[in-house]
Design a protein around this ligand. Structure first.
Ligand SMILES: [Zn+2]
Length: 840
């Protein structure tokens, strides 16, 4: 699964994560830990096949189901069958003996259905058990009256069928939520085939795992779709979607591909998902294992509970991927498309044995984002993603440090953190660099082939690498997968012998909780045009390495491409970074140097020239950084005519639209009036990034004529890049007549756009004291109370603080906090509340 990108934002998370409880005795600590040991589920039965028939009651939001399960005892004899079946009404349980239905005695505690079998069964027997039931996914899905937890398994979207929002049903099984809508052995070390008959209104289409075997019209005007999944997979990967969708057909050889979105996003979907065939063939070639399933559907739904989910043959995405044709020009969703796709191998074909092994799914999916970007957009871009992920992990590591493979945790949902994703992906990157591409991917091929359709723990991965490469890798797996923390390295160069530069590395991490690491690493050095590289292995607390470089060097770099998962402390001065910024062949090292320089040294003429030179860099992130830093320091600079011309050319035609937007912001600061005609023209650019930056620049200058006209022209727009400058303008000029516009946009936006807009919405009303705040407060309260997405509830909660001194708002906010069912949101809310009360 892809974690929701907003709550992943380090800026939001850093200060708020709770400190770990500490200070208890070592025995109590170990006892508590032992009680938290998370064993893999014992396999008493092997589920072979499930046949499901489902009908949906939208009014009561229930599922009427009938399930027939084919099972056999796994090894030991059994006379009781326990199935996960959460919050059902059980109508009937029977055993099929030939054509005969024999009713069976059951015990049911609303979570586990215990079926008393008529005799003892051995591993040589198979048995067929039928269950007729009503599933109530909303039951016990929240703590308070209105709060929602993401454990419903099956979600009715707009079940009252109100205007303006699509009516959908979709499911989310990970971790163990599919047993909210069908009885099963809801454990990742189980895998079975299934077939599902879905009876729906004729206007809806259905999507599920495997292939659509048949469709049948019923006398009552409904239709029954029969989906067959004939390759076994884990229960958490079963999925269904029901709704009205446009279906864009695509293919890769014989493999059918579909992109399913709401009808108005059909053209956008062709663009957003267009790389799918190339991605599948890229990953298949890289892994030496073809895409393992018979079709691949990608569906975008409303109000999804995370970023996306990799159900086998049917990945479900959040509505952020609903883009119109113009928005799709700047689509940046390839990473999430790659992530879910890679899970079809790592997670679905080879599946984690228990949630403790979650990095075996998520580290690979995370690393696929690097692999795809490296292939499609080049190593520099991929390295940039790599560093952002590394920083995300390091930020989380300030709050908690866990073993990557964790056998002890309180809640399995806690496994879905930056350790499992970002740290895991960085570890795979190091392993790849250590072994080389050929060995790394050959080992993955062996791992996939050896464990196809079965479950794995981390040792299976190590053994696959050892088998293929002949190398012992216990040391690597022990320190990275089975320990917590990361190296903190202090790095010093001694240049006193120019022909033999000495490098001293000290490991500074807390050795009580963190290993002393063995780290293979590279040192590269430059002399004139020449670049050389040598390998060392660090395996002491303090260790010296002699470069034996022969002649003098201009620049020596430790781990030039930032491949090692480490917090690095160096004592390089300004000159060092200036050379690194110019000489390094690695884009990420040039970026690192420029970033360090601008953060730590005065932005003088020399620095300005350096940053100006960086506008010509091939790496777009460097061009973007150079423009942004030049803008920040513009007050102390004067640009030459030629330099200004260069910025203008970038605004007009840089190949990267984010760079163009950044250039527009710089021009705005250079000469608002002078460039007004340009901005007025670029508000019509096909890229929303460019148009939004131009609109912001034009509306931000009081001297510009026709600003009101321009605002009125864009009133119907729904793209957040344009809405932000409009909202800013209306708030700044304190136009009291724009309240209706704010209300209507709030109503029409969804997903991330809604998240960002809520802040502007609250700000407008809070700053206009003369208009009635009642409706705005009610709207925010409604979103904070009952929006399905936790980040929207949180944004609305936060926006209410703009009105906190008004009648009853503090009480409302306290009530929301008390009723919130999602513990992470509740903690964030508590933080805001405490800050307010402290201020008071
Ligand atoms: Zn994932």
């Amino acid at each position: 699964m892809a974690i929701d990108p907003i709550l992943e934002d380090p800026a939001l998370g850093d200060s708020l994560l709770l400190d770990l409880v500490d200070g208890e005795g070592i025995v109590e600590d170990k006892e508590r830990k032992l009680q938290q040991y998370q064993e893999s589920r014992e396999r008493k039965f092997d589920l072979l096949h499930t046949s499901l028939e489902l009908k949906f009651d939208y009014d009561s939001q229930i599922v009427n189901g009938s399930a027939v399960l084919l099972l056999k005892p796994y090894f030991f004899e059994q006379n009781i069958l326990e199935l996960d079946a959460k919050d059902y009404e059980i109508h009937e349980v029977w055993q099929m003996e030939g054509e005969e239905h024999k009713p069976l005695d059951i015990q049911y505690n609303q979570q586990v259905l215990s079926v008393q079998l008529p005799r003892v069964y051995t591993a040589n027997d198979t048995l067929e058990i039928g269950i007729r039931y009503t599933a109530r996914p909303n039951e016990n899905s929240g703590m308070g009256s209105s709060a929602i937890l993401d454990n419903k398994g099956l979600y009715f979207i707009n079940p009252e069928k109100a205007e303006g929002k699509p009516v959908q049903i979709w499911t989310q099984g990970e971790t163990e939520h599919n047993s909210k809508w069908y009885p099963t052995i809801d454990s990742p070390n189980e895998r079975a085939t299934h077939d599902i008959r879905l009876t729906v209104e004729e206007k809806y289409i259905t999507i599920s795992n495997g292939k659509l075997a048949s469709q049948q019209l019923n006398a009552d005007g409904t239709r029954t779709d029969h989906w067959e999944m004939d390759q076994p997979h884990a229960p958490y990967l079963t999925a269904i979607v029901v709704g009205e969708f446009a279906s864009v057909q695509d293919s890769l050889g014989d493999l059918p591909l579909r992109y399913l979105v709401e009808k108005q996003y059909e053209k956008g979907a062709k663009e957003v998902f267009k790389n799918t065939p190339e991605m599948i063939s890229f990953f298949s070639d890289l892994l030496g294992v073809d895409f393992p399933w018979t079709k691949y559907d990608q569906v975008v739904v409303r109000d999804f509970v995370s970023g996306a989910m990799e159900n086998t043959t049917i990945s479900i995405f959040m509505e952020g991927l609903n883009l119109d044709e113009r928005e799709a020009i700047d689509s940046e969703w390839d990473y999430i498309i790659a992530h879910e796709l890679f899970h079809q191998w790592f997670g679905n074909y080879v599946t984690l044995e228990s949630w403790s092994n979650l990095p075996l799914n998520e580290a690979f999916a995370d690393y696929s984002e690097y692999l795809w970007t490296e292939y499609k957009e080049g190593k520099d871009k991929a390295d940039m993603q790599h560093i952002v992920a590394l920083e995300g992990y390091l930020a989380e590591a300030q709050e908690k440090q866990e073993d990557l493979i964790r056998f002890y945790y309180e809640d399995k949902e806690d496994m879905f953190d930056r350790h499992s994703y970002a740290k895991g992906g960085r570890i795979l990157h190091m392993l790849r660099r250590y072994l080389g591409d050929e060995a790394f991917f050959a080992s993955l091929q062996h791992y996939l082939e050896r464990h196809a359709y079965s479950s794995v723990e981390v040792h299976d991965l190590r053994l696959a690498f050892e088998k293929v490469t002949g190398k012992d890798l216990n040391w690597f797996f022990n320190q990275w997968f089975l320990s917590s923390g990361h190296p903190v390295l202090d790095i010093q160069f001694d240049y006193s012998q120019p022909e033999n530069v000495l490098l001293t590395i000290s490991q500074k991490q807390d050795l009580n909780n963190t290993p002393l690491y063995q780290i293979p690493f590279k040192v590269s050095w430059y002399k004139g045009e020449e670049r050389r590289e040598t390998y060392f292995v660090l395996n002491q607390a303090v260790q010296q390495f002699a470069l034996e470089n022969g002649s003098g060097t201009d620049l020596v770099l430790f781990d030039e491409s930032l491949e090692i998962l480490t917090e690095k402390h160096t004592r390089h001065g300004r000159q060092y970074f200036e050379k690194q910024a110019v000489m390094s062949q690695a884009g990420i090292a040039r970026y690192e140097a420029l970033d360090s320089l601008s953060n730590n040294y005065p932005f003088d003429k020399y620095m300005a020239d350096l940053f100006f030179e960086a506008l010509n860099d091939d790496f777009s992130s460097i061009r973007e950084l150079a423009l942004a830093k030049t803008r920040t320091h513009l007050d102390s600079l004067t640009l030459s005519e030629e330099e200004e011309e260069r910025v203008l050319a970038m605004a007009e035609g840089d190949p990267d639209n984010k760079v163009r937007a950044e250039a527009i912001e710089l021009l705005d600061k250079i000469g608002k009036d002078k460039y007004a005609p340009l901005f007025n023209r670029l508000v019509n650019d096909s890229s929303y990034y460019v148009a939004g930056a131009a609109l912001s620049a034009y509306l931000g200058n009081e001297n510009n004529s026709g600003r009101e006209n321009l605002v009125n022209r864009f009133l119907k727009e729904n793209n957040i890049q344009l809405l932000v400058p409009l909202a800013d303008y209306m708030t700044n000029v304190k136009d009291p007549d724009r309240g209706e516009w704010f209300h209507s946009r709030l109503e029409s936006l969804s997903g991330e756009s809604l998240y960002y807009f809520i802040g502007y919405y609250g700000d407008y009303f809070a700053r206009l004291s003369e208009i009635d705040h009642g409706p705005a407060i009610e709207n925010l309260y409604g979103l904070a109370k009952s929006h399905q997405a936790n980040y929207i509830r949180l944004a609305a909660f936060q926006a209410l603080f703009g009105f906190i001194d008004e009648d009853g708002v503090l009480d409302k906010v306290k009530e929301l906090n008390a009723e919130e069912g999602d513990s992470m949101v509740r903690d964030y809310q508590g933080f805001f509340l405490e800050s307010y009360i402290d201020e008071d």
